[in-house]
Design a protein around this ligand. Sequence first.
Ligand SMILES: O=C(O)CCC(=O)C(=O)O
Ligand SMILES: [Fe+2]
Length: 219
Amino acid sequence: MLIQIADVLSPDELDEIRATLAAAPFEDGRATAGWSARLVKDNEQVREDSATLRLLRERIAAAIRRNPVFEAAVRPKALTPLLVSRYGVGRSYGSHVDNPLMGELRTDVSFTLFLAEPEQYEGGELVIESPAGEEAYKLPAGHLVAYPTTALHRVDPVTAGERLVAVGWAQSWIRDAARREILFDLEAAKRDLFEREGKSAAFDLLAKSAANLVRMWAE
Ligand SMILES: O=C(O)CCC(=O)C(=O)O
Ligand SMILES: [Fe+2]
């Protein structure tokens, strides 16, 4: 399941993050790509060993972890350390698949949190490729798109301005994307039913089934 989540960062958080980014040290992004993705990766990232990256990672990861839609859709067991990337004019990241393992984690879900407003740059869409076609994402600042790490994807060349994003990966309690979608739908149905009839017998059965599916599938 592919999902867009609005307002993961508040306007105040965004201002603070952008101010921090304006003074951040950047380095070539190739170091954090696998050997074949490295051939098509052309961006810059906040320096791995910098205090700025530590601060940005803490702030942004905290905002993502407290987002209830992210929690319900991704079911994160753990997140990789985030990357904070900049694509100036001419920069892009060609079609690739992300590493299946990063550090101690299996990467189940990839996500991009947009930090620049769409009007601030031309091009730079995140394109998710599938046999059914392509889907391009360029979301307002503070919004996030999450997609199964199984997909080929790319970032189209930036032709004006500057694209700023934070990207990361989650190992999910629920490895399979189709199962995650079932649990996400059941959670939505639970909330809808609860609003209409409170903690009814039907609600309790739905809640029981959803909880037991998590128990059956969690790993
Ligand atoms: O910048 C993005 O939206 C995605 C970057 C990406 O595909 C990656 O870092 O593996
Ligand atoms: Fe990627």
